[in-house]
Design a protein around this ligand. Sequence first.
Ligand code: NAP
Length: 255
Amino acid sequence: MTISSLFSLDEQVALVTGASRGIGKGIAVGLAGAGANLALVARSESTLIETQQEIQAIGVQAKIFPCDLSQTEVISDLVEAVSAAYGRIDILVNNAGTTHRDSAVDFPEERWDDVVRVNLKSVWLLSQQVGRGMIQRGGGKIINIASLLSFSGGIRTAAYAASKGGIAQLTKALANEWAPKGVNVNAIAPGYIKTDMTSAILNDPVRVAEFMDRIPAGQFGTPDDMAGAAVFLASEAASYIHGHILTVDGGWMAR
Ligand code: NAP
């Protein structure tokens, strides 16, 4: 096998959640560039069209599957629809995420439930249902999007930190069970990346200065910075990597 074929995703089918913008879009376009056909998931069709067109221009397939992942009972329909359209799912990127900021004493229960449902429970259910097919076929790659708050607690974001801590442990738990079946389960922990989710922070000059102080690379990341790590973990090159949480953070964790 040549080095370029080791990283090729030709003929692979990748399902990416939260592919309408931000990190999910960057990863979906990156996987397409490596040859994968894409199943794109977000809440509404209209938000996914731009990603679809960008991927089709690369010359691979991109199909849209609208799904609200906070409604966890519809996840089996999603997996069935993607499997029916493409025949199988080789790569699952659990990227969709949401957050809510509030002090812990005031944190509303319904916001807690929403964050945990989207960020953690849907990841568990999608991994379980897509993982069954991967185990049957003896191979597949699952990539969860963790966070720096998989390692530390953050402030005013208890549900998000709890969900991302859960993602790190779920990644390891699934890896332990599924590595012997040929399924690789790993995670990417992005640092501070310029997206809608971080716009409040990135528009606050005081916080920007604080963060810059801690990022050895001297700049915030972009969604495109996540693509290489995702292609790597989705490829044969990562076949002996299991349960790893790969920080892509400009050096934040090294500080
Ligand atoms: P973003 O720009 O806000 O994008 C979030 C994505 O998730 C959108 O595509 C959104 O789609 C989708 N989504 C949200 N709720 C959904 C739901 N109920 N059902 C289906 N899709 C839903 O955020 P981002 O920064 O790219 O974040 C992507 C992932 O990276 C998240 O898991 C986040 O926690 C993680 N992360 C981000 C950073 C960062 O610095 N940005 C750092 C660490 C980790 P629609 O709104 O179109 O439905």
